[in-house]
Design a protein around this ligand. Structure first.
Ligand code: FAD
Ligand code: NAP
Ligand code: SF4
Length: 678
């Protein structure tokens, strides 16, 4: 069924005269790790080809440095020679075969680099990177400009349809623009006119060299979110100059990497920053692209229908589902695998030096390795447990043509995602549940809900294969008073809504301990759903009057109405094990709400007086109304032994297999890979 008129703006082509974008979508740049693959760019070619096939208007690659000293790290990928350009031909060729357009992102990291040989306008270290940069001489500034121009010419020779000049997120261009990082007194520093000369020269010289029929996207930092960033007047002045210099499309960047404000995590409301794209759109006449936390076709359509932008950039949503655009076009919205903004397999991987993927789609960036090929010999399979692991297994097995029956004791699918989605800021998890539900209808999975399965049912069912995805049970504590009436576990609190008093101690500061603290400290307004409340909380000026969007605006977190202490035995920083790119946001939120965090704790007992602990050698009593246990989990695999005894072929996945360090990323990955091999 064609349903393209549901998203008329999103699916409208953008005619640039010499070429046409098939839809108003840009797949935003993401560094995936495929750029540096030792076997060449074949994997990257298939990664982009899948998204081109899926209907994206314009793909943008991860950042390639135009200069030997501009990489994100010592071995970063470059576009500096004809050999580099030659290597890229496989990428542009595959994208064009699928009818897509692709731009190469040119990124000079400047001081935001892990390389010791790094450069910047001035010798000022970034607060979050280890090395002090070499300040460029005037001659070297010229060389860096020429390197951008040269890289664009090389990109064109490699078959790219355009380039994106990375002017945001605090990289070299941003560093020239801001007094925070540019304290030069030559023609590249001082007045704003001087500071913006660097990007304007890049774009105007580039346009001159590449000719008119080549896309130049400029990624403009709309709001820097760091002290000393640009004022709105400066952003507008730059946008106009970049337009005049010859850019084709103005893309948006939000915040420098060193900003202490979340800009893409799941706690950020959808489309939170699009009003700023709208404000710049009023000032210039080239197409403007909005970005950040636009993750569904209806959100994208709204942004475009409201006239906030001409295009929408979606990066992570295209990792989650390469066919996003075509599904929107073909009336298959429910089958879009929506990005939940978790960062767990994309940014967290990138910042740990691992290849990116996607929690909800393990095929992302593994297009040539993880294949779901149709089976020639369909098997009868029972999957017990409809949590993320069981859902992923059932979907892939059914998609490949196997006959799948999926059991769950619960009356709805989702497993622990039904609990996770109740945490403020994790509402997106419902999207994943909805997606699997739609996929099961499509592929014909036999769903048996509300059935607690025993071994007899599985033995009598005549299955060729049984998958145990039965998950976990919360760990009980071996502690005096662990059965006291004031003791609850996280399921009592989140799932069963048992009453919780004003004074609370939480034992265990993993992801779930943090989530429980978030839930219990939350005020009346859910800031993940309310943009103005989110801005108020993090001290962002929605009126664009403050320099950098933050100066003179105070953070304003609603203090917790409960007195909460979050405890762990380890002596490491509380929250150190949370997600690499999101952990700090959770810590900052709780600290700002007045939650106390204690490490190096040993638990003594729980009684009417409260929780008795020692911290170091010091005994302490936490006088609390409730002690909430969030001390990890243990596998639930009681069905394994009787099934094996009956010679049934059994495999365990997710929490049933291993509870330690379990998360949905592992459960979905494991389920998908096992089903791919069935
Ligand atoms: P589960 O999700 O535990 O599902 C097991 C299913 O098996 C259940 O539905 C159960 O009813 C069913 N079952 C068990 N026995 C039987 C039986 N005999 N018959 C029928 N059905 C049975 N992970 C992340 O990656 N990121 C997060 O941000 C995140 N946040 C979380 C927040 C909270 C509050 C919680 C509780 C968890 C969170 N998790 C998160 C963890 C994630 O949800 C789990 O890792 C994941 O759900 C484990 O998947 P699973 O498939 O192993 O099993
Ligand atoms: P977890 O991350 O393993 O944390 C368990 C906590 O309990 C730790 O702080 C541990 O710290 C403590 N603990 C362990 N054994 C204990 C014992 N016997 N007595 C007292 N304390 C004990 O597990 P979780 O918080 O239950 O989370 C489960 C999984 O869900 C995690 O793997 C996590 O990745 C995932 N999850 C992820 C997110 C996310 O945002 N990415 C959010 C929620 C959940 P000490 O040993 O130092 O005391
Ligand atoms: Fe989105 Fe999470 Fe996938 Fe990253 S890992 S693309 S944030 S769903």
């Amino acid at each position: 069924m064609s349903n393209s008129n549901q998203y008329p703006k999103l699916l409208e082509p953008l005619d640039l005269g010499y070429t046409k974008l098939r839809s108003r979508t840009i797949m935003g740049s993401m560094h995936t790790g495929l750029e540096e693959d030792s076997e060449g760019l074949g994997k990257m070619a298939e990664f982009f080809a899948a998204r081109a096939k899926g209907g994206v208007g314009l793909l943008v690659t991860g950042g390639f440095s135009p200069s030997a000293r501009g990489g994100l790290g010592p071995h970063s990928s470059t576009m500096i020679s004809s050999e580099d350009a030659e290597r890229h031909k496989i990428v542009t060729q595959r994208v064009h075969e699928e009818g897509g357009l692709i731009a190469l992102q040119l990124l000079n990291a400047g001081r935001q680099s892990y390389s010791e040989d790094l450069i910047a306008p001035s010798a000022i270290k970034s607060p979050i990177y280890p090395f002090t940069p070499h300040p460029l001489s005037a001659e070297e500034v010229e060389e860096e400009i020429e390197s951008f121009v040269n890289a664009a010419v090389l990109a064109k020779s490699a078959g790219y349809d355009g380039v994106e000049v990375m002017g945001s997120e605090g990289y070299l261009i941003n560093q020239f623009l801001s007094e925070r990082s540019n304290q030069r007194d030559d023609k590249w520093g001082g007045s704003y006119e001087n500071r913006m000369r660097f990007p304007v020269e890049i774009v105007s010289r580039m346009r001159e060299r590449v000719g008119e029929e080549f896309i130049i996207v400029y990624r403009l930092s709309l709001i820097d979110l760091v002290p000393g960033g640009s004022t709105w007047d400066e952003v507008v002045t730059l946008a106009k100059a970049i337009e005049a210099a010859g850019a084709t499309i103005m893309n948006s960047g939000i915040g420098w990497h060193e900003a202490r404000i979340p800009t893409i995590a799941t706690m950020v409301p959808r489309a939170a920053f699009t009003h700023i794209a709208a404000a710049i759109r009023k000032e210039i006449s080239i197409p403007v692209c909005a970005s950040n936390r636009i993750n569904t076709p209806e959100v994208a359509e709204q942004v475009l229908a409201d006239g906030e932008a001409d295009l929408v950039s979606m990066a992570r949503p295209m990792l989650a589902d390469p066919e996003f655009v075509n599904k929107a076009r073909n009336g298959q919205r429910a089958n879009i695998n929506v990005c939940i903004g978790c960062n767990q397999a994309c940014l967290d991987h990138t910042f740990s030096g691992k290849r990116a993927s996607c929690l909800v789609n393990p095929q992302a960036c593994h297009e040539t390795e993880l294949l779901y090929t149709p089976t020639a010999q369909p098997k009868k399979v029972a999957v017990v447990g409809a949590g993320p692991g069981g859902l992923a297994y059932a979907r892939v097995a059914a998609k490949r043509g196997h006959n799948v029956t999926l059991f769950d004791a619960n009356t709805k699918i989702g497993g622990q995602f039904n609990i996770a989605k109740q945490i403020p800021g994790k509402e997106e998890f419902q999207e994943t549940i909805n997606y699997f539900q739609a996929e099961f209808e499509k592929y014909g999975v036999d769903l048996r809900l509300g059935e607690t399965v025993d071994a007899a049912v599985l033995i009598e069912g005549g299955y060729d294969q049984v998958i145990l995805a039965t998950g976990i049970v919360p760990r009980k504590l071996e502690l005096e008073g662990a059965d006291h009436s004031k003791v609850l576990n996280y399921l009592d609190v989140i799932r069963d809504k048992k009453p919780v008093g004003k004074r609370v101690a939480i034992i265990g500061a993993g992801g779930i301990g943090f989530d429980v603290a978030e839930l219990l400290s939350h005020g009346k307004i859910n800031t993940a759903l309310d943009k103005m409340a989110f801005f108020k909380e993090w001290g962002i000026d929605a009126t664009l009057n403050s320099r950098s969007g933050i100066e003179g605006v105070k953070e304003s977190f609603e203090p917790s109405s409960r007195e909460i202490t979050l405890l762990q035995r380890k002596t490491t920083k509380v929250g150190a094990g949370l997600g690499k790119t999101t952990g700090w946001t959770h810590r900052a939120t709780l600290i700002n709400k007045g939650v106390t965090m204690l490490n190096g704790v040993s638990y003594q007992k729980i009684d009417d007086a409260g929780l008795h602990i020692t911290v170091g050698d010091e005994p302490r009593l936490l006088e609390v109304d409730n002690v909430i246990i969030c001390a990890g989990q243990e596998s639930l695999k009681a069905l394994q032994a009787p099934l094996e005894k009956a010679n049934i072929q059994v495999s365990l996945i997710g929490g049933a297999d291993l509870a330690v360090e379990l998360d949905a990323k592992r459960a979905i990955d494991q389920g998908s890979r096992l089903a791919a091999e069935l």
